[in-house]
Ligand binder design. Structure first.
Ligand code: MN
Length: 229
């Protein structure tokens, strides 16, 4: 899929994001997300903690390096979920957890922005979360920190809103580890370079209002600073 392939009627346009200390950009492919991967978050949302986490997806145009985000007008409960984001660097199919790190390109800090009121309606009607989770710019991320062939298994993850800690947890609390997530996905989908995975959020998710400033931090990964307009 070269960007100047003359055998196709048009070339796909990629969403591009930045890699720390590198000029070249990272083109975004499929955007996978894990739901309820931290027990304390499952509890705060009123869910059964004996249930396994699960996958849903966003879209390439969800992903952005923008640091100023407009709150969409069709929600009255716009919420933050800080998450470790893993980027895939090689084709990957049907692998076991102990092989997963070979396919990792790097990591960033991401926020899974959610229209919680629309998600509630979707849940009540057993509809998918496409509109409440997958809208444009719903997945702001920090610059990618290249860290090939390395599985992150611990490190503090937190989100500070207007100077006050809102979310706090540790990567080691994830129900499915990074390696397990990649293995499970690879048994359902062929993973491609450019694909990325939001790995779930710790407890403390909350509402974002106009003018809020958010700092999301993951130890040894980075910081994502956002202002909401
Ligand atoms: Mn999430």
């Amino acid at each position: 899929m070269s960007s100047n392939d003359k055998s196709v009627i048009f070339n796909l346009e990629s969403v591009l994001v930045e890699i720390e200390k590198e000029e070249k950009k990272f083109p975004i492919g499929n955007v996978y997300c894990v739901g309820r991967n931290y027990e304390k978050h499952a509890i705060e949302m009123g869910n059964d903690t004996k249930e396994e986490p699960f996958f849903f997806s966003k879209f390439p145009q969800s992903v952005t390096n923008k640091t100023e985000i407009f709150i969409p007008e069709d929600t009255n409960n716009f919420q933050h979920e800080v998450e470790l984001v893993v980027f895939i660097g090689r084709n990957c199919s049907n692998i076991e957890p102990n092989q997963a790190k070979e396919y990792i390109f790097g990591y960033s800090v991401g926020i899974d922005l959610t229209k919680r009121d629309l998600q509630k309606i979707a849940k009540d009607k057993s509809r998918p979360w496409t509109l409440s989770k997958g809208f444009e710019y719903s997945a702001p991320i920090s610059k990618i920190k290249r860290n090939e062939n390395f599985s992150i298994n611990n490190g503090e993850i937190s989100l500070i809103k207007n100077g006050v800690i809102s979310q706090k947890g540790n990567i080691c609390e994830m129900t499915w580890s990074v390696d397990e997530i990649i293995s499970k996905l690879s048994k359902n989908f062929k993973l491609f370079p450019g694909d990325l995975i939001f790995t779930g959020t710790p407890s403390g998710v909350g509402r974002i209002e106009q003018g809020d400033r958010i700092e999301a931090i993951i130890e040894n990964v980075g910081i994502l600073e956002l202002t909401f307009l």
